[in-house]
Design a protein around this ligand. Structure first.
Ligand code: DX5
Ligand code: ZN
Length: 220
């Protein structure tokens, strides 16, 4: 599982030049492209919807890792699948029927991921681990890029790594929020093998260098 995969988040890209920004991280060696969808309800911010995902799809062959910070989310799954999502992450906190939601994502031919906010304990996802390919541990409260990494989440990453390994299935553990070269090392030491990075890629002058630095920092 190592080195970790690096998934730049376009939330920190220049929205007026989105296609170029995506192509630039693909050339820079990104593994996945992280797309943050915010509904102004589940999280206190708006970002973009399936139209942008669809518009970017022909621009790149990067894996589209779509993080839906939405409630309700079920009515929009098909839209994002059709727009070209390869992975769809939904939040365990977004509703009571996450089990069904994850089944629906799988049925759409998309890889399901489950995201956890900082206040949510790892055990909250125990009953859906058989349905997911990725666990996305939020290391900030979702809604905004550029926040500080919450080191309090490291024991949770460790626990989830153990829980994921016990399933005997190949489950990636991603960290999302405040990931930079220092915190990437902490997160991967705790068991993460996928790094979402907004500011620490798009806030740097050389995206390729930034991606390589994160990957190297996360190598164990
Ligand atoms: C936060 C989003 C993140 C965000 C990360 O709600 O889920 O993906 O883009 O941004 P940075 O890396 O700047 O913390
Ligand atoms: Zn995200």
């Amino acid at each position: 599982q190592f080195p970790p995969l690096v998934a730049p988040s376009v939330l920190s890209a220049d929205f007026s030049r989105m296609a170029e920004e995506v192509i630039a991280v693909e050339r820079g060696g990104a593994d996945w492209l992280h797309l943050d969808v915010m509904d102004g309800h589940f999280v206190p911010n708006l970002s973009f919807g399936a139209q942008l995902v669809q518009a970017l799809r022909p621009q790149t062959s990067l894996v589209f890792d779509v993080h839906l910070m939405m409630a309700p989310v079920d009515p929009y799954l098909e839209m994002f699948a059709k727009a070209g999502a390869d992975h769809i992450h939904v939040h365990i906190e977004a509703g009571p029927h996450t089990h069904r939601t994850l089944q629906q994502i799988r049925a759409l031919g998309v890889k399901p991921g489950i995201a956890l906010c900082p206040a949510t304990p790892p055990e909250a996802v125990a009953e859906v681990l058989d349905l997911v390919d990725v666990i996305l541990v939020m290391t900030v409260n979702p809604g905004f890029g550029g926040q500080k990494f919450l080191a309090s989440q490291l024991p949770k990453i460790r626990t989830l790594r153990r829980m994921a390994d016990e399933t005997g299935r190949d489950i990636r553990i991603g960290v999302d929020g405040g990931v930079d070269v220092e915190t990437a090392a902490l997160a991967t030491a705790a068991g993460a093998d996928m790094l979402v990075a907004g500011t620490s890629v798009y806030g740097q002058p050389d995206y390729g260098r930034a991606i390589a630095a994160l990957r190297a920092a996360g190598r164990r």
